[in-house]
Design a protein around this ligand. Structure first.
Ligand code: TXA
Ligand code: MG
Length: 359
């Protein structure tokens, strides 16, 4: 593990070629390089170098049965990774790459098993971020990269987040400022027919449906007020240190119930964190003011119901920030399920590990 981590600032739109070449060389040398993409920061290694890929799992403390996404510079390199590309996948790639889309395809033997956790399929993405693409172009190798966070922490949307989680565990971090989308890529699985949405993300279901009308939406994981699910049922989650509960429903009943729960929790001596879009915070203002007077509440707004893109961009940072305050419980609300709201809700449901209260 013990690595000396160096942070290299880069212009996100016009990165310095000398800096990129240094990162490309590091990748060719089997080193770990964190870099910005338009979704979140990735922790990259040469996908064809088994030892380097193993080091990713070590650095993140990620279980080996959790496969990685392979990043390529352009759609023309798809054949390096995929044994077969169905027509629908090609169509989707042409429509939305470079961008926040990952496709699961049958794997070529050249991709080592350690990348795909032994699966017969491989996840591939062409990121749009200039720094990410320049690294892939100049290194000449496909880059395996999960999100650059410690396992079960929220994905990093800034170089500071990467440093918080991986200082001493990664060789280089390219700091290109905050990421634009703030949520991970959308994953579509083309090893099944019709293709299935495996993870909602930065590319919306509505956008995908324009090109592939029969895409199967992601299975609804959580029903109303369902207690804890078995861990396996929740796939991977983003576990804050505090216990997070997600509140959903019509504004009136939601504010009523959440307000009551804030009062109860603070009266019981809990330090309460509130993670919500502007509109919900406004409606809760009197309750929050009372709890704040007693010094028992931390509030982190993330975007607005009217602006899901801003909500997406701010969610993970607000979650990390709130967790760092040492609150014991977090009460969160989501934005509506349309567009990016689907991915926002998905991440909050995972963070809640099944604690979803429908009001
Ligand atoms: O936006 C993103 O997708 C970011 C940036 C860095 O590209 N990456 C990212 O990677 O979020 P990661 O590893 O945190 O999430 C990738 C997900 C994992 O949940 C993994 O299980 C799934 O993709 N995955 C990878 N290969 C797969 C495969 N062959 N079959 C099914 N799922 C796969
Ligand atoms: Mg991740």
């Amino acid at each position: 593990m013990n690595r000396v981590t160096r942070v290299i600032p880069v212009d996100p739109t016009r990165p310095d070629p000398a800096a990129i070449e240094e990162g490309a060389q590091a990748l060719r040398d089997g080193k770990l390089v964190a870099f910005p993409t338009e979704t979140v920061y990735g922790l990259g290694a040469n996908a064809l170098d088994e030892r380097a890929v193993e080091a990713i799992f070590e650095a993140k403390e990620r279980p080996a049965n959790d496969p990685l996404i392979v990043h390529i510079a352009h759609i023309g390199q798809l054949n390096l990774c995929a044994a077969h590309v169905p027509a629908a996948a090609r169509k989707l790639g042409l429509a939305f790459w470079a961008g926040p889309l990952t496709m699961i395809l049958p794997k070529r033997p050249a991709i080592p098993d350690v990348v795909t956790a032994g699966l017969g399929s491989v996840a591939v993405r062409v990121p749009a971020h200039r720094v990410a693409r320049a690294l892939m172009e100049m290194s000449g190798v496909p880059v395996a990269a999960p999100s650059a966070n410690r396992f079960s922490r929220p994905s990093p949307t800034s170089a500071a987040h990467v440093l918080d989680d991986l200082n001493g565990r990664v060789d280089l971090i390219f700091d290109g400022g905050p990421t634009e989308i703030g949520l991970e890529s959308t994953i579509v699985d083309f090893t099944v027919d019709p293709p299935a949405l495996r993870r909602p993300g930065g590319l919306t279901l509505e956008q995908i449906r324009v090109v592939i009308p029969d895409v199967q939406p992601v299975a609804q994981r959580i029903a109303a007020d369902q207690p804890q699910l078995a861990p396996g049922q929740l796939a991977r989650h983003y576990a804050p240190r505090a216990t997070l509960t997600l509140y959903e429903g019509e504004s009136g009943p939601l504010v009523h119930r959440l307000g009551a729960d804030i009062r109860t929790a603070t009266a019981q001596g809990e330090r309460v964190g509130i993670l919500a879009p502007d509109e919900d915070l406004m409606a809760l203002a009197p309750v929050i003011a009372a709890a704040a007077a007693a010094g028992r509440v931390e509030v982190r707004p993330y975007g607005s119901r009217r602006d899901p893109a801003r909500a997406a961009r701010e969610l993970f940072g607000a979650l990390r920030d709130l967790d760092a305050t040492g609150v014991s419980v977090i009460f969160a609300t989501a934005v509506g399920p349309a567009g990016l709201g689907l991915a926002i809700r998905d991440r909050l449901v995972r963070a809640a590990e099944g604690r979803v209260k429908t009001c």
